[in-house]
Design a protein around this ligand. Structure first.
Ligand code: URA
Length: 434
């Protein structure tokens, strides 16, 4: 078998057999197939798609590229979550401690930024010392002893996804239902949690632009999870405007901390309560959603969720004084406010453009291995449907220099639309696939 034949077959729109997919994924993981062939193959998949059977085979090949964790030795039930990626999505940093505070262990492996969408690890690493490279043994030990882990994918688990994810980020090959489904589900299956809540985003700031595509992705992932014997549900959530206020690594870390102290933005807090409730039901910690929601709210009000964030940071080597004093988190040298040019109703805060502005500022990567700037980003002060007065602050751009600030500002000007007629607010959710 030759990689070039497999690439050509997919280029011509033909389905790949299980053995071809296994050969390609194994070869890429072991370094026998180079990045340029994997990039060509990924682009062929983006353009020509895969059948559900191919996607399931791809997922299992990526799981088999490394080890599988068996969590049953350390906890009875553990729950995991994963978002398909969005702008301002710091949900895991707030939700994982909330759910743990309700008595349900959470072991989660997160990713880095992907294109215009931010990554949980990049946000967590704005806390000095925080380790997101736990080994498999460290993951299991911490899950057993503390019941909460939030780390990166270990090199032993779904290493094929680790390599492909970084490659797709910089080759325009993120946007593909089979590639996203297999990327997410291979990590989740390998990481061993019995219950998995997926947060599938839809809108201009998501990889799935419309609800129909998002539902397709959600259904595919739920069925792949079930084939592997897991309890899986997928929330469909809006990503037409950024989630919360903060977009950018340290800014989002601060917002997650505030949310656990009961002072987060209303939309982000509501989003976290819903995600946490679904996780509690899925993990059978609560019988139904209302009960779960009360538990999650109590975890915030009592301070126990915030305490679990601190425990998590300490366990993974982070300097907890940055959680007690988030003002210590690094800030950008320039803070530039953009005001409303006219009065009216906010008709659009284009999430993708805001995400792209954050990448321009240095919050994301443009090529593989780029370093990122933890301090920069955008604060989004308004939501669709709000009425604003001329001169009212709409955004704050956090920049490292004036050139980047000006370039980001141009993007942000394109992102916002104000109109005279009233506009309905956007929903947070569009339903649940289970
Ligand atoms: N999140 C992932 O883990 N993988 C993708 O491909 C997209 C979002």
């Amino acid at each position: 078998m030759h990689a070039v034949d497999i690439i050509s077959k997919k280029r011509d729109g033909k389905p790949l057999s299980k053995s071809e997919i296994d050969f390609f994924i194994q070869g890429y993981t072991q370094g026998d197939i180079p990045d340029y062939q994997a990039a060509a193959w990924a682009m062929a998949v983006v353009l020509n798609g895969m059948t559900p059977e191919e996607t399931t085979n791809l997922t299992l090949a990526m799981v088999d590229s490394g080890d599988r964790l068996d969590l049953s030795d350390v906890v009875d039930v553990a729950v995991d979550k994963h978002s398909s990626g969005g702008v301002g999505d710091k949900t895991s940093i707030a939700v994982v401690p909330m759910v743990r505070a309700c008595g349900l262990p959470v072991g989660k492996m997160s990713g880095r930024g992907l294109g215009f969408s931010g990554g949980t690890l990049d946000k967590l690493e704005s806390v000095p010392g925080y380790r997101s490279d736990l080994s498999k043994d460290e993951f299991l030990e911490q899950l057993g002893s503390l019941g909460i882990v939030l780390t990166g994918q270990t090199i032993d688990l779904a290493p094929a996804d680790g390599k492909l994810y970084a490659l797709r980020d910089v080759t325009g090959t993120v946007q593909s239902i089979p590639l996203i489904a297999s990327s997410i589900m291979s990590k989740k299956i390998a990481a061993g949690a019995q219950a998995i809540l997926l947060d599938v985003k839809t809108g201009n700031g998501a990889f799935m632009q419309n609800l129909e595509e998002a539902r397709k992705l959600a259904k595919l992932m739920v069925s792949i999870g079930e084939l592997s014997g897991r309890d899986v549900a997928a929330l469909l959530s809006d990503m037409n405007q950024p989630l919360g206020v903060a977009v950018g690594n340290a800014l989002e870390m601060k917002e997650a901390i505030k949310t656990l102290q009961g002072e987060g933005p209303a939309d982000f807090t509501e989003h976290c309560l819903e995600v946490a409730s679904q996780m509690l039901v899925l993990g059978k910690r609560a019988g139904e959603k209302l009960e779960a929601r009360e538990m999650a709210q109590k975890a915030i009000d009592s301070g126990s969720a915030f305490d679990f964030l601190k425990k998590l940071i300490i366990a993974q080597g982070g300097d907890v004084s940055y959680i007690d004093h988030p003002e210590k988190l690094p800030t950008a040298p320039i803070q530039h406010t953009l005001n409303a040019p006219e009065s009216g109703y906010i008709a659009q805060v284009h999430a993708r453009m805001v995400g792209e502005a954050a990448v321009i500022l240095g919050a994301g990567r443009r090529k593989k291995g780029d370093s990122i700037d933890q301090t920069v980003g955008v604060s989004v002060l308004v939501k669709v449907g709000e009425q604003v007065e001329k001169g009212q602050p709409l955004f704050v751009i956090h920049a490292r220099d004036e050139a980047a600030q000006r370039e980001a500002e141009e993007k942000i000007h394109e992102a916002i639309k104000i109109q005279n007629e009233k506009v309905d607010p956007l929903p947070l959710f569009y339903g649940l696939v289970d």
